[in-house]
Design a protein. Structure first.
Length: 300
């Protein structure tokens, strides 16, 4: 029994290490983005200071639930993709599903900041230092589509994409996709929701993440070498199960019924670079659990 308990503790500790957030920084193609408003002149380098998380506030979140069986339980998806939302013919307003009130809906307007990452926390502009012009000459915008299932215990997400775009506030020709994540799962605790992603694309020499040994690595290089940089999106879902007075009935493109709920979210996105050695130890810990369990069964 002691060996099994020890193996479980080791596996839990290693799992926590893999999932913990790591310091990050962003490297820009030119220091011309830092216009010197904070330092009295151009910063001589092209890198932001070190930050812990990408922060966002009041991000529009639209959830569309399959209502073909007159129940919100079952499949659903979240998205801020305007083309997808337009395909559902979502109106600006309408009467709630229970008829109790008027529900207003808004298609996300990215140019007006409704898709923005608001902070490289704790480098919060404009007071933070070494932002390299973040939110003054450039910002980051997100586009996402997450698929999941809703049950009586709340939402569970199983797939989807999360794309982050560099947005040059002065020259649209510099706008580009800088990294993408593929959703691998989620954990709901109360109203707090964590979504987990593997980074599947990142531009070279842009996003640097510190590993567990305190060394910063280019996420692009780690990915190219077969590693799997990861992201965790931490947000709030309140209430986790939508109520009829929040929902508006719409028509799905396939003709089936659907209901939509729109909320605003606050939260953060953190990154990690799990090391092969850690993953190997985690596997060994799990193997130890299995071995100890087998021995217990033989001697029971």
């Amino acid at each position: 029994m002691k060996r099994l308990t020890t193996s479980l503790a080791v596996a839990a500790m290693l799992g926590a290490t893999v999932a913990s957030a790591s310091p990050m920084y962003i490297n820009l193609p030119s220091n011309s983005y830092d216009d010197g408003r904070r330092n009295g002149g151009l910063d001589p380098d092209t890198s932001t200071g070190i930050f812990e998380e990408f922060g966002y506030n009041q991000l529009f979140a639209t959830s569309i639930y399959d209502y073909s069986d007159n129940s919100v339980f079952g499949s659903f998806f979240d998205t801020n993709d305007p083309a997808t939302l337009a395909s559902y013919g979502i109106p600006a307003s309408g009467t709630s599903l229970d008829g109790s009130k008027e529900v207003d809906l808004v298609l996300p307007d990215c140019p007006r900041g409704q898709c923005d990452i608001d902070a490289l926390s704790p480098l919060v502009p404009p007071l933070g230092s070494d932002n390299e012009g973040f939110l003054q000459t450039w910002d980051l915008q997100v586009e996402y589509t997450f698929f999941g299932d809703l049950s009586a215990s709340g939402p569970s997400y199983h797939s989807g994409t999360f794309d982050v775009y560099f947005n040059d506030l002065d020259d649209d020709t510099n706008d580009r996709l800088v990294f993408s994540g593929e959703l691998t799962g989620s954990v709901l605790s109360g109203a707090n929701l964590d979504l987990f992603f593997d980074i599947t694309f990142v531009v070279d020499d842009f996003l640097f993440i510190q590993n567990e040994n305190g060394v910063f690595f280019d996420a692009h290089d780690k990915l190219a070498a077969g590693g799997t940089p990861r992201l965790v999106l931490d947000t709030n879902v309140n209430p986790p199960i939508p109520t009829p007075d929040e929902l508006l009935l719409v028509s799905a493109p396939n003709g089936d019924g659907a209901v939509v709920r729109q909320t605003t979210l606050d939260g953060s996105i953190t990154g990690t670079i799990p090391e092969p050695a850690t993953l190997g130890l985690l596997g060994a810990g799990l193997l130890g659990i299995g071995f100890a369990s087998t021995r217990r069964r033989k001697h029971a």
